[in-house]
Design a protein around this ligand. Structure first.
Ligand SMILES: NC(=O)c1ccc[n+]([C@@H]2O[C@H](COP(=O)([O-])OP(=O)(O)OC[C@H]3O[C@@H](n4cnc5c(N)ncnc54)[C@H](O)[C@@H]3O)[C@@H](O)[C@H]2O)c1
Length: 82
């Protein structure tokens, strides 16, 4: 890992990842948690989002949240969450 990458930090910054329980969403969440950020896995699959977030929080000894969230297509109504 390069020195520049070691200096990079998202400490206590929150990042919302739509489709967060999916393949790419989990990888992004892991990367954010690895540099101190707090990933929010926003996904229509609540149970998966919560389970993957718990795993990431445990593995990174940090915070991660799973939330039920349905994002809409560009140009349509605002996103909704529950
Ligand atoms: N995996 C790859 O290599 C790859 C490569 C290029 C592009 N993509 C694209 O990136 C995107 C994500 O890929 P992936 O492999 O993580 O897919 P995935 O199917 O593993 O994950 C998608 C996630 O999005 C969630 N989801 C679906 N509709 C939603 C909505 N309306 N609101 C919130 N969450 C919703 C699903 O429940 C699922 O957890 C896809 O559009 C895919 O076509 C993936």
């Amino acid at each position: 890992m390069s020195a520049a990458r070691l200096d990079f930090s998202l400490k206590d910054r929150v990042a919302i990842i739509t489709g967060g329980a999916g393949l790419l969403g989990v990888r992004h969440a892991e990367a954010i948690a690895a540099v101190g950020g707090i990933p929010v896995l926003a996904d229509i699959r609540r149970d998966e989002a919560e389970a993957r977030a718990a795993e990431i929080a445990h593995a990174s000894a940090g915070k991660a949240l799973g939330r039920c969230w349905r994002s809409s297509s560009p140009g349509s109504d605002a996103w909704t969450s529950s």
